[in-house]
Each structure stands twice: as C-alpha cells, then as structure tokens.
Design a binder for this molecule. Structure first.
Ligand code: ZN
Length: 212
C-alpha cells in the first residue's frame, strides 16, 4: 500500500480523538501531508472511525483531488489542503466538533488559563460559512495567519494544525481544554486568564524549547 506510514499516523490520531471524546460519530477529520510527495492522507467521509482500517484512509493531491482509497475523502478536505498549501510549516491538520470549542466559537476567543495552553494562542474565531466550502477554507487560512496553530469556527467547531501530527493533536487537545476551563470559569463567575505578559514569556519559552 502506498503512503502506509502517513495513513497510519492519520488513523492513529483519529482513534485517539475518538477515545478522548473530541470526536463523536463521523464528525471531525484529520489530514497529514506525506513527507516525500505532494499528497495528503485524510480521513474518508461518513465512515465509522472505530472500525476503520489503514487502507481506508483516502489520498488526495494538494488541491484536494481524490487519488486513492475506497471511500471518498472528507467533505471538509478543502480546509485541510488550503491550510497546507498556504503554510509550508504545516504538515498535519485536525478538525473536530469538540463540545466546548463549539460553544466558545459563538463568541468567546480563548485565552490561556494554564501555561501549556500558551503555545496555541491566539485562538481567533472564523465567522460562520457553509461547511466544506472553499469560502470556509479561505477564512480558516486567513484567521490562522502566518503562524497560528488553532482557531474556532462559529457554529461548527475548531481547526488546528502543526509542524507534525503530535503538535496538531496537542493544539486540538489544549484548545478543547482551554474552551472547557473558560466555559466553566465564566459560568462560575471567576474567569481569570493568565496575564498577557506571562503568556508572551511562556510562548517564548515554549518556542525555545525551554519550558519546564
Ligand atoms: Zn466539521
């Protein structure tokens, strides 16, 4: 099978997301660029993840054209390939409908509550656009900007990316954590994110790989 390692990385990541409750049913999708060729492995559309096998992960070109795999690629492929075309530093993308990220996407931009979350901010909000459209893909690219790793999509969920699958997955996990803690803290009336100065310092430490 071609691109087996890349397909396996995508399958492992989507199963991790299902285990962590970040993905329910067939919502959400994950993609990874092959390290050797300009092709992308992506989860197929409408197929149950729990019983998915590695050969069922679809292969598309950098424009999202279906090249291989028995099931058609995710309908949200345009978002993933648009980000990978725009950002040469990105090789992995994770999109989920995590509950708290979806709630905060209505109007609460996320700020870090704990130090590890600092790596993934700012987390801006993409205005609502029809899922699967080139328009939402363009808006996600614009909102992530040159170095963003995470954004929320109004009435939809979140979109995260990274230099590798580990970073893209960490972005999704910490975005949902940030959204969950933000939601409960705001509802409890005690919301207090980390100070701006500390966020900047923490981000610099993480970037320099000096965070403890
Ligand atoms: Zn979606």
């Amino acid at each position: 099978m071609k691109y087996e390692k890349t397909r396996q990385t995508v399958l492992n990541a989507i199963l991790d997301c299902v285990d962590m409750g970040l993905i329910h049913g067939t919502s959400g999708n994950i993609a990874m660029k092959d390290p050797d060729e300009d092709v992308v492995a992506i989860t197929p559309s409408g197929i149950r993840y729990k019983t998915m096998t590695v050969d069922q992960i679809a292969i598309v070109d950098m424009n999202g054209k279906w090249l291989d795999g028995p099931f058609k690629p995710s309908s949200e492929t345009p978002m993933h390939t648009a980000v990978m075309r725009a950002r040469k530093d990105v090789t992995a993308t994770v999109h989920t409908h995590g509950m708290f990220a979806t709630i905060c996407a209505m109007n609460w931009e996320l700020k870090p509550i704990t130090p590890p979350q600092c790596e993934f901010v700012p987390v801006r909000i993409v205005p609502f656009t029809m899922p699967g459209s080139d328009e939402v893909a363009a808006k996600v690219v614009e909102t992530l900007g040159e170095d963003g790793l995470s954004c929320l999509i109004k009435n939809h969920g979140m979109f995260c990316c990274g230099k590798n699958m580990a970073q893209a997955m960490a972005a999704a996990i910490y975005t949902e954590e940030m959204a969950t803690t933000t939601y409960y803290a705001k509802v409890a009336g005690i919301y207090e994110p980390m100070p701006e100065e500390a966020i900047k310092k923490m981000k610099a430490l993480i970037a320099a790989d000096q965070a403890v």
